[in-house]
Design a protein around this ligand. Structure first.
Ligand code: PMP
Length: 426
């Protein structure tokens, strides 16, 4: 029968979820998974009334339950929401506004309902344009959940999995190795490895924030090397902004744009509809025209009026509250404070970031996991990332100000004390 969870039901809900939803296939965050019942701005409230600082969610880029987003989506749902084959001004407006944020040339938007689908569609556009059958990706990358995107997500490869149509190159990790020439060389070496398996690359995909790779702040020369390397191998360059985009790295909306490089394709998702599913490929008209010679494109839920209302509301809030500019200020403060804290403990190592995203190396994975749990006990919700799962990831809603950054670092300091206390016998 239907039964809604009530206060105190969290453990029951967890076991019901395990029974009905496949057990370990869809893991939850944290040793004691949280039942979050409400969000407001940078805060998440659990069913027991406890309030947590959200240091992780970028879907809620403009904060949880933002009133502008809620009103606009609600109003549209109350009026009309259907598939995407009718004219609707909200939808066209969203496309035009996205184009206006892009460098000249990236003039065409195709909507999807997820980041995965955006990357898949970009892949189809690239194969039509280039005739290639292989892809080039960064080691330890993540690009989505379909069979092919799972193959393009090297961070998720099971041991021994090595798709022969996929070539990998290094993330921007070693500061001495990020010039245009050396990056181009690496891309070309990855393409040669593909050629051994009979493939030519159609597309090079890279998350512009290298988040799954451990959060890396790549210099412009690295991005230039990706573009030059891809083009010299006959492949197109896709900047995956699904995770890092939408103002997190300020003052504009897109991380790739800071490098001056103009990719052939850009994919968007996650924060785009503040949780209402919407994603997009942004590209040049000629690539879409080429695709249109043999195919058309329609996806039922891709930019319904309500999805577009969510998308436009997110852009409005980002602009009105100048959140991308604020992300730079808050982020710089957060990184300063983290860089002060890290040397005071053996547990933390390198601190990396750009705008309002940070990756903090933790000494090893078990310690990282214990630290994450200790942070939850202190009232802050973060995550782990990186090849070894030992990088603490801080990627909060952009409504954070410096007081939230301070609170987070204070929670982290107390979590570290908690760890060192619990590791002392007796
Ligand atoms: N690309 C990147 C860089 C991502 O971080 C994600 C989601 N974590 C995706 C693609 C896939 O997006 P989605 O989960 O909406 O399919």
């Amino acid at each position: 029968g239907t039964r809604t969870a009530t206060r105190g039901d969290t453990e029951t809900l967890r076991s019901r979820r395990e029974d009905a939803m496949g057990g370990t296939v869809a893991p939850l965050f944290y040793d004691h998974p949280l039942q979050i019942v409400r969000g407001e701005g940078p805060w998440l409230v659990a069913e027991d009334g406890r309030r947590y600082l959200d240091a992780y969610n970028n879907v809620a880029v403009v904060g949880h339950a933002d009133p502008t987003v809620v009103q606009r989506v609600g109003r549209q749902l109350g009026r009309l929401n259907t598939h995407s084959r009718y004219l609707h001004p909200e939808v066209v407006e969203l496309a035009e506004r996205i184009v206006a944020t892009m460098p000249p040339g990236l003039d065409t938007v195709l909507f999807t309902t997820s980041g995965t689908e955006a990357n898949e569609l970009a892949w189809r556009l690239a194969t039509e344009a280039t005739g290639g059958t292989g892809a080039l990706i960064v080691q330890h990358s993540y690009h989505g959940t379909t069979r092919w995107m799972a193959d393009l997500s090297s961070n998720e490869w099971p041991p021994g999995h090595r798709p022969d149509a996929v070539g990998t190159f290094r993330a921007p990790v070693d500061p001495g190795d990020l010039g245009i020439g050396s990056t181009t060389d690496q891309v070309r070496a990855a393409a040669r490895a593909l050629a051994d398996g009979g493939h030519r690359p159609a597309l090079l995909l890279a998350d512009s924030g290298f988040t799954s790779e451990g959060v890396h702040d790549a210099p412009a020369t690295y991005f230039q090397g990706l573009l030059a390397g891809a083009h010299s191998e006959g492949a197109l360059y896709l900047a995956d902004e699904v995770q890092i985009g939408y103002g997190r790295t300020g003052p504009g909306l897109w991380r790739f744009a800071q490098s001056g490089v103009v990719p052939d394709l850009v994919t968007l998702g996650k924060p785009m509809g503040a949780g209402y599913p919407v994603g997009a490929v942004v590209t040049r008209r000629d690539l879409v025209d080429r695709f249109a010679e043999r195919y058309d494109y329609f996806s039922t839920f891709a930019a319904t009026p309500a999805a577009a209302a969510a998308g436009n509301a997110v852009l409005d809030v980002l602009e009105d509250r100048r959140l991308p500019e604020r992300a730079l200020v808050t982020g710089a403060h957060l990184l300063d404070r983290l860089r002060d804290l890290a040397p005071t403990t053996d547990v933390l190592g390198d601190v990396r970031g750009m705008g309002l995203v940070a990756g903090i190396d933790v000494v090893d994975r078990p310690t990282a996991r214990r630290l994450l749990e200790a942070l939850v006990r202190q009232g802050a919700l973060a995550g782990l990332t990186g090849p070894g799962g030992d990088v603490l990831k801080v990627r909060p809603p952009l409504v954070w100000d410096t007081s939230h950054a301070d609170l987070f670092v204070d929670c982290l300091g107390r979590a570290l004390e908690d760890l060192s206390g619990s590791s002392t016998p007796g």
